[in-house]
Design a protein around this ligand. Structure first.
Ligand SMILES: [Zn+2]
Length: 197
């Protein structure tokens, strides 16, 4: 049976999130290896465009999750969970619903996967003092003298720090100065050109 036919049957021809009955289409809930109806939800255009971030969030539209989060279908639960997580940044009611939500372990792991992917996508990049994006393995130099606490020395301006590592905090990197591994503030660093002359 085609996925859409199965979903129309499961949902009684309505959006599984908000209940609308127009412009329904299949949304495959990531990550999808082999698309099937268990991994998909039937959604209306209004829901889909916001899920896929093609239009701004209409926060009030998502009050519908108050009902659909109780769906027995894991794919619907997962989609509801992810949307509530996005909304909870600004909407207290969304956090309240999240706190009430119940999912089996398997569905919860699936839901968390998407949230983690969202966070990576939205995480601020690490930038040096000029705003240049830094990546793990880059070489940087210090743009001012820094007292290294616990290292008992001053790292001089111009000191190269090679093969840096990124941290969870976009304002911090880790690197070796005078053989000591330390955390450095990115505002005191400048990325070195790839090829030094
Ligand atoms: Zn909808």
């Amino acid at each position: 049976m085609p996925i859409k036919t199965a979903l129309l049957e499961r949902s009684n021809c309505t959006c599984e999130l908000c209940g609308a009955s127009d412009n329904l289409s299949v949304f495959e809930v990531p990550p999808v290896v082999e698309p099937n109806s268990d991994k998909s939800v039937l959604v209306c255009e209004t829901c889909l465009s916001q899920i896929e971030k093609n239009t701004d969030m209409n926060n009030n539209h998502w009050r519908c999750l108050n009902d659909s989060m109780w769906s027995q279908v894991p794919a619907v639960q997962v989609t509801a969970f992810r949307m509530l997580t996005r909304l909870a940044v600004t909407e207290g009611w969304a956090q309240d619903l999240l706190d009430m939500m119940y999912m089996e372990d398997e569905a919860k792991a699936w839901a968390d996967y998407g949230v983690a992917a969202d966070n990576i996508e939205e995480a601020a990049p690490t930038r040096d003092s000029n705003g240049t994006i830094l990546a793990a393995g880059d070489n940087v130099t210090l743009i001012k003298d820094l007292d290294v606490k616990g290292g008992n020395f001053t790292a001089k301006r111009g000191t190269p720090v090679r093969n840096i590592s990124l941290t969870d905090n976009p304002e911090h990197i880790e690197g070796r100065v005078n053989g000591v591994r330390i955390v450095l503030l990115t505002c005191y660093l400048k990325k070195m050109p790839l090829f030094e002359d």
